[in-house]
Design a protein around this ligand. Structure first.
Ligand SMILES: [Zn+2]
Length: 315
């Protein structure tokens, strides 16, 4: 018996069952695509990725990372890249790339929450809490509940994810720059989803998940944060009605991360007061330098998760 193989099998099965049960979607391509996985890839390999045909899992180096099959939200994250490729096809750079990453965190976390039957209040909203070794002082790779607070240690530095547009990180659109910070700025839409889910309450895969899934399907390769936020607001009305609790939760959530839904006058004052509250913060220059250093330090480790889509594109 191989523990990794069993966990990979269970993780892929849970993901497939999730899409069928929650969104009536037949596998990640919507056409019953067979899901296969390869475990123990390479030697001490610190990553997992979807190559367009199968999931590939490394065992981790045992120092920083342990077996990547151990985290169902990481499995759900990687497979969600396949769903995005087969729906909006969000380009993997800058804001569309950060949305692509965020979709994978949203649906990866929802697969876990659905498997465990956790409400929004009960969920940990963490991505990859299991993949660090016990010797590494880190909660997870990312926190959707508190972007920027998943880890803070000597090895990785501090989690650099922003949770608001005011702290949006501008990075070069190349591999060193994480293609414009796709794994960093995803913290902003991640937080918007989390806030929507806790405001709506109950199971996050129900109303919030459905709004995000329908908005993903209504998006396209170049969709930016603003357009996606507007789409979620429109979809919330189509699904649950104008001024429904779900739609107001969406509106407030995007306001809280610094994105005002286009054409919504009622919320403008509140959004501006929020912006004013935060205007005393320090400028972005020091933050950018720090983040650039961290990217250098992290190198092929944490930000190496960018490789998943690079591999997907080169299939
Ligand atoms: Zn990813």
């Amino acid at each position: 018996m191989d523990v990794s193989a069993n966990r990979a099998f269970d993780g892929l099965g849970a993901t497939r069952d999730f899409y069928k049960a929650v969104f009536n979607r037949d596998s990640i391509d919507g056409r019953g695509m067979r899901l296969t996985a390869f475990v123990h890839y390479d030697k001490r390999y610190n990553n997992a990725f979807w190559d367009g045909h199968q999931m590939v899992f490394g065992d981790g180096d045992g120092k920083m990372f342990s077996d990547f099959t151990g985290s169902v939200d990481v499995i759900g994250h990687e497979l969600a890249h396949g769903v995005t490729e087969n729906t909006a096809g969000l380009e993997y750079h800058n804001q569309s790339g950060a949305l692509n990453e965020s979709m994978s965190d949203v649906f990866g976390s929802l697969v876990k929450q659905w498997s465990l039957k956790q409400s929004a209040d009960e969920a940990d909203w963490l991505i990859g809490p299991e993949i660090f070794t016990p010797g590494i002082d880190a909660d997870a790779l990312r926190s959707m509940k508190a972007p920027g607070h998943a880890y803070d240690n000597d090895l990785f530095g501090k989690d650099p994810q922003p949770d608001n547009m005011e702290n949006y990180i501008k990075l070069p659109d190349n591999e060193m720059g994480d293609f414009g910070g796709v794994h960093f700025n995803s913290g902003i839409p991640n937080k918007a989803f989390y806030l929507t889910a806790v405001r709506v309450g109950g199971f996050a895969w129900e109303a919030p998940g459905l709004i995000w899934y329908e908005s993903l399907k209504a998006s396209h390769a170049e969709t930016q944060f603003q357009e996606f936020a507007n789409t979620t607001y429109r979809k919330a009305a189509e699904l649950f009605g104008d001024d429904s609790a779900e739609q107001l939760a969406v509106l407030a959530a995007w306001q809280d991360v610094g994105i005002q839904i286009s054409g919504i006058l009622a919320g403008v004052a509140r959004a501006r007061s929020l912006a004013a509250d935060r205007s005393g913060g320090t400028g972005g220059e020091n933050g950018l330098a720090t983040v650039s250093q961290q990217i250098g330090a992290l190198a092929a480790q944490v930000t190496g998760l960018a490789k998943d889509v690079t591999a997907l594109k080169s299939k």
